[in-house]
Write a protein that binds this ligand. Structure first.
Ligand code: PLP
Ligand code: COI
Length: 368
């Protein structure tokens, strides 16, 4: 019963936006998009119901979603999302990076949040359908992209606490420049000790709104301390590093070993997985294990840790210059970005933008 659409053809109904932005408005936005501020002219919308499975796939004008005030998402937060990008290559073609991995992660998030799993082929087809009508929004300037935001939430109007029987999946898209205003300039990170992002058996590994909502107060603290992101520790011992509010973290040791936290309460980042693969391809040792906050702090002080970086779709690879806690600071805000950080970033973005070979078959064409 779950996937009626599986038996139907994936025939999207397309309703073009008659009020699409003019060429002049489009040019202004594309010239300086910022991050997550402007949206394309269309969006994807697919319905799901317990009885009918996935149905009514469509592309429609971008605009408000009508919701009953009793819609379950507004009360119990039954929601998940994804984030990936479309890149324009030099020949004009449009590609995305490992979209099947995002589809699979969304299925895992759905399973955790008692939402229906959207089959990978629908996820990919939704991206292709949106690109087919909004291709002009994929920027061609260096390091720019179209950020794609698939999301799904409980639409059923019902105040009982149980998994909703009516859900919608959407994709919206936003032309994007760097997430951090400084680009690849090293950022400062605030160590949160008052708040945890996720607990044992909780939803930390799912990409669900509540994880971000619970981190906002810590992110506010980070801003108050002049930091761009917040680092969370594990909630059991308060000792091991987990991840940042919206990205994973990797430490580089002086012998070239890359170390990253292993935890079942953090998001399995696709950027991190890819960067670590590229590092392994180069012969670097990679350790996925528990990493204590002392290891970071003392390692930076002793010179054992030579580089630290954040990674994620929005952040790409961003050097971390300084870690700030209530009673300590490690690193240097003005330090230059680490050489391995920069070269892995370059290798990854070269693959994403089609500037070098793609040995792992990570790229998928969206406009053909
Ligand atoms: N961790 C969190 C909490 C995130 O929001 C993100 C961003 O999506 C990541 C890690 C990195 O994941 P990815 O590299 O798949 O974008
Ligand atoms: C992403 O990198 O796609 C995210 O979802 C993180 C957020 C900080 C924008």
């Amino acid at each position: 019963m779950k996937n009626l659409l599986a038996q139907k053809t994936l025939q999207f109904f397309v309703k073009e936006n008659q009020a699409a932005r003019s060429a002049a408005e489009h040019a202004d936005i594309i010239a300086e998009p910022g991050f997550g501020k402007h949206f394309t002219d269309h969006m994807v919308d697919i319905c799901w119901s317990e009885m009918g499975g996935w149905h009514r796939p469509r592309v429609q004008p971008y605009g408000p979603i009508e919701l009953d005030p009793a819609a379950a998402v507004l009360h119990y937060g039954q929601e998940i999302f994804e984030g990936l990008k479309a890149y324009r290559h030099a020949d004009g073609s449009i590609w995305s990076f490992r979209p099947e991995a995002n589809a699979a992660r969304m299925q895992r998030s759905a399973a955790r949040m008692a939402l229906p799993e959207l089959p990978t082929e629908y996820f990919i087809e939704a991206l292709k359908q949106l690109i087919a009508v909004d291709s002009r929004w994929v920027p061609s300037a260096k390091e720019m992209s179209l950020y794609l935001r698939p999301f799904m939430f409980a639409k059923e109007a019902f105040l009982g606490v149980r998994a909703a029987k009516k859900v919608n999946f959407y994709v919206i898209a936003s032309p994007a420049g760097p997430y951090f205003a400084g680009g690849v300039t090293p950022i400062s990170i605030w160590l949160s000790t008052n708040y945890a992002r996720a607990g044992k058996g909780g939803t930390g590994a799912a990409k669900t709104g509540g994880n971000y909502a619970s981190g906002l107060i810590a992110q506010q603290e980070a801003y108050e301390h002049g930091c761009a992101q917040v680092l969370f520790l594990d909630s059991v011992e308060g000792k091991y590093i987990e991840e940042l509010g919206g990205m994973n973290v990797v430490l580089v040791k002086k012998d070239g070993t890359l170390v990253t936290p292993e935890s079942d309460s953090i998001l399995a980042g696709i950027t991190r997985d890819s960067i670590l693969q590229l590092a392994e391809d180069r012969g670097h040792k990679v350790e996925r294990r528990k990493v204590s906050i002392e290891e970071w702090r003392d390692g930076v002080a002793s010179g054992e840790i030579t580089e630290v970086f954040a990674c994620g779709t929005a952040a790409v690879v961003t050097p971390i210059g300084r870690l700030v806690g209530v009673d300590f600071e490690a690193g240097d805000a003005d330090a230059a970005a680490g050489p391995l950080t920069l070269s892995l970033r370059e290798e990854l973005t070269d693959i994403q933008y089609g500037r070098r070979a793609d040995p792992h078959g990570w790229m998928m064409r969206l406009d053909a």
